[in-house]
Design a binder for this molecule. Structure first.
Ligand code: FES
Length: 144
């Protein structure tokens, strides 16, 4: 055996340790997203309010916002009347789109449809879009 070669038992041990380390690293990489998905979100901001300039929400239109780290939408169906809803479809969690011409939400994933108040109009969604309180404070909307 040449002097710079390891005996086969040491080589086998080295490969076993190397493969075990690699396997552990791959398992951790695969498990991390699952653990993050399953762990409860930080609820420290659960009561946080979001403010939005009133003029950002057009009459008959929708303004998509980030609400407590999740997509939401604010509507003004009639002048001075505001509605805030989650933008997450209640079927499988896709983000709904506002169809201005029909004044309703359409989920691009499976065709779920919601009214401007979040009620299910058609498709597979099992329940309405969650709604949030909206208060008018001068020129600002306070959501939450
Ligand atoms: Fe919206 Fe399926 S996720 S209809």
């Amino acid at each position: 055996m040449p002097q710079n070669e390891l005996p086969s038992s040491q080589r086998r041990t080295f490969l076993t340790v190397l493969l075990a380390g690699l396997g552990t690293a791959l398992a951790a990489m695969a498990a991390w997203p699952l653990l993050r998905y399953l762990s409860p979100r930080d609820r420290g901001d659960a009561d946080a309010k979001v403010t939005l300039a009133r003029d950002k929400v057009p009459v008959g239109g929708a303004k998509f916002i980030d609400f407590r780290g999740r997509p939401a939408v604010v509507l003004q169906p009639k002048p001075g009347e505001f509605v805030a809803l989650t933008a997450v479809c209640t079927h499988l969690g896709c983000i709904v789109k506002w169809v201005n011409a029909k004044q309703e939400f359409l989920c691009p994933c499976h065709g779920g449809r919601f009214s401007s108040s979040g009620q299910v109009l058609g498709g597979p969604p099992p329940k309405p879009l969650e709604s949030f309180n909206v208060k008018l404070d001068g020129d600002k909307l306070v959501i939450g």
